[in-house]
Design a protein around this ligand. Structure first.
Ligand code: NAD
Length: 240
């Protein structure tokens, strides 16, 4: 565990130009969106790992879609918090997120890699076509005009991420002068394999001990919305 003051001193010392930000569910916890691991993640006594899988969707698409509609509603009503907003102030930062909630884009970040997709995008299970659909569906499970089932365009447990996105994310992390790792348990691979590639200053923000901590120089045990604005301000000051 490190103090935020030590991390801020390192930022002032190094004056980082290139910034990569890796985020997980914890960055949106302060917006009221439950993380998968921890309090509030359960829905009707199901664990997310039982619902966010291709097998669950094959077995009971209506159940999986009801859970997604519940999450989509929570996210629709939520707002970016002080952490998303501070990150968005660094317009040149590359944001690599495991989140599917789109809150970084709503806060104004533009350079975003959504490793696990987006909960408001749907994909036809027959044709593979993707469309944004933000409103609630009238029919559950929803169908494409072609008659096939639609699914959320997110990466489920057991599915592969885009190789192109992963390669781009790895290059960004390797080249960054500073890498911030915010609100991720560091156990979901391959996303968890990115932090160890960092060559620059590494700072983790997570109120609990995480698997990511062993790969970082500074591990700050604070909430994202508390610590991130201070770290981003330090980067802005160091660059001024
Ligand atoms: P996770 O649920 O496994 O872990 C969340 C981490 O956030 C934990 O380590 C926890 O200690 C930390 N945390 C909790 N509150 C925090 C706060 N206020 N500030 C900072 N950190 C906080 O999440 P994960 O590692 O991102 O992986 C789970 C997968 O679930 C992800 O790949 C993602 O696709 C999906 N998911 C997405 C969302 C979302 O889009 N908002 C929400 C839940 C899960």
């Amino acid at each position: 565990m490190s103090s935020i003051e030590d991390a801020i001193a390192a930022i002032h010392d190094r004056a980082p130009r290139t910034v990569a930000v890796l985020t997980g569910a914890g960055v949106s916890a302060d917006s009221g969106i439950p993380t998968f691991r921890g309090a509030g993640g359960l829905w009707r006594n199901f664990h997310p790992q039982q619902l966010a899988t291709p097998e669950a969707f094959r077995r009971d698409p209506a159940l999986v879609w009801e859970w997604y509609e519940w999450r989509r509603g929570l996210i629709r009503d939520a707002h970016p918090n002080a952490a998303h907003e501070a990150i968005a102030r660094l317009s040149d930062a590359a944001v690599i997120t495991q989140n599917v909630d789109g809150l970084h884009a709503r806060a104004g970040s533009r350079n975003i890699i959504e490793l696990h997709g987006n909960i408001f995008r749907v994909r036809c299970t027959r044709e593979g076509t993707r469309t944004m659909h933000e409103q609630a569906f009238d029919e559950i499970p929803p169908h494409c005009a072609c008659g096939a089932l639609l699914r959320p365009d997110v990466v489920w447990f057991g599915e592969s991420l885009s190789n192109e996105d992963l390669a781009k994310a790895a290059a960004v992390v390797r080249d960054a002068d500073i890498v911030l790792i915010i609100g991720t348990s560091g156990v979901v691979y391959p996303a968890a394999g990115l932090a160890p590639l960092a060559q620059g200053i590494t700072i983790e923000i997570n109120p609990d001990a995480s698997e990511a901590a062993e790969h970082v120089r500074y591990s700050i045990q604070m909430r994202a919305a508390q610590a991130t604005p201070r770290i981003i301000s330090a980067i802005e000051e160091a660059r001024a």
